[in-house]
Design a protein around this ligand. Structure first.
Ligand SMILES: [Zn+2]
Length: 129
């Protein structure tokens, strides 16, 4: 799976620092592997099922955002063509376009809100524990 990287932070159980997680650290979380803290380099892992679920749901949020962009672009184009062929007045076209853009910004805000996460990471035990 691909994890989008914007705004996801991790709180280290060893040194207590909170830092932005790098893509490779998020990948490690996604495949349930341990990874070193980028501050103190001690092993960390994410084992809280709720937080794992939240990370995994980000894929569908990214998908929603991407498909909304395509939909809005299509809607703007259709409105423009409808205005050219006389099915919409200029005012109707502008109103329609504004609503489409507004919907896009609402989705972007929602996606941004969902991506703003601080994960509480736990100290990882050794593999042969
Ligand atoms: Zn640390």
């Amino acid at each position: 799976m691909s994890v989008i990287t914007t705004g996801i932070q991790g709180h280290c159980a060893h040194c207590g620092s909170t830092h932005l997680l790098a893509p490779w650290q998020l990948n490690a979380i996604a495949i349930n592997e341990t990874f070193p803290c980028s501050h103190c380099h001690k092993a960390l892992r994410l084992s809280d099922p709720k937080q794992i679920k939240r990370i995994k749901s980000l894929d569908s949020v990214a998908m929603l955002r991407a498909s909304t962009l395509v939909m809005v672009c299509t809607a703007l184009l259709v409105a423009l063509v409808m205005e050219w062929v006389g099915l919409l007045s200029v005012l109707e076209q502008v109103n329609f376009s504004l609503v489409a853009i507004l919907i896009y910004f609402i989705v972007v805000q929602y996606a941004r809100h969902r991506q703003h996460i601080t994960l509480v990471l736990e100290a990882a035990k050794a593999h042969n524990d």
